[in-house]
Ligand binder design. Sequence first.
Ligand SMILES: CC(C)(COP(=O)(O)OP(=O)(O)OC[C@H]1O[C@@H](n2cnc3c(N)ncnc32)[C@H](O)[C@@H]1OP(=O)(O)O)[C@@H](O)C(=O)NCCC(=O)NCCS
Length: 322
Amino acid sequence: MNHTSIIGTGSYVPANIVSNATFEKIVDTSDEWIRTRTGIENRHISINENTSDLAYEASVRALDDARLSAERIDLIICATVTPDYFIPGVSQILQRRLGCDAITAFDINAACTGFIYALEIADKMLGSGDYENALVIGAETLSKFTDFSDRNTCVLFADAAGAMVLTRGEKQSIKKIVTHAWGDLEGFLRMETYPLKQDFLTVEDKRPFIRMNGREIFKFATRVLPETIRELLALTGYDLHDLDLIIAHQANKRIIDHAAKVLAFPPGKMYVNIDRYGNTSAASVPLAIDEAKREGRLAKGELFATVAFGAGLTWGGAIIEL
Ligand SMILES: CC(C)(COP(=O)(O)OP(=O)(O)OC[C@H]1O[C@@H](n2cnc3c(N)ncnc32)[C@H](O)[C@@H]1OP(=O)(O)O)[C@@H](O)C(=O)NCCC(=O)NCCS
């Protein structure tokens, strides 16, 4: 059968932990403000490991969990907005480092929804019957693109990687997956790039940074999170009561609390680890899935919904049975 079965997960964060107290020293903020407005207490900021290093460690753990050797992987998709290089992609670096054959490997950019998009692509490629085992990763070193003098963003973003191994099998783990986009022409959430060289002589070297209109993104996120859960339930026929857990993208604890309230879903069944990791963009969902599994919050056969949203604007989600 050309079904997609999830057979392993893994995650990795750099060792360096940065607490809210550090930000009190560099911008006009406080531990109290960050905790109460975002739910974040600590985050991991990489000192010398790049995105592919974090992705490699998460992948090794996921392959280990799946009890599958890297030679058996024939598809790697890495969701990232912070690759080591524009080219080569993180997925191509991983192909060599993991010791895979000359397989299909590519990166995608759908910001914080990247892992959901990558999962949808892998699910459909495995479903075609042309691929056997896929490694899907979300990995970021957002600290590279963070302006540490901008209090609106620097307290939020951080570094991590999460990975999942999928195989073509008997069981369809991914019950339904949806993805959406609505172009952010207003610039509510942007990671800048280099300016066009209109004058070869005078364009100054400008570092690209993340810029955000927090209020607009908050409004967007609080709308699409419950909307996507309702959409998934309507498409599958499942009921909220069927869900053992909701794993939302970890962008702000208040966004997660708001979703629980409007859906009338038990807050204790909304997974939260933003207090320890901050917002890790495409890594957030696979990191949370792996942690929920390891903490015993998700067991084999249990059903959960995952939803992500972010720059692009992009959003999407899935209902998954482990
Ligand atoms: C960024 C965010 C935490 C700000 O919280 P908020 O309660 O909405 O705060 P507001 O945006 O209304 O700003 C209130 C004030 O706090 C200030 N502020 C922002 N960051 C601050 C910080 N780290 N410390 C102290 N004050 C801060 C703002 O400058 C603003 O001041 P002003 O009124 O003088 O202009 C919140 O808007 C948010 O989480 N937005 C979504 C962000 C997100 O999810 N992004 C990623 C999507 S993947």
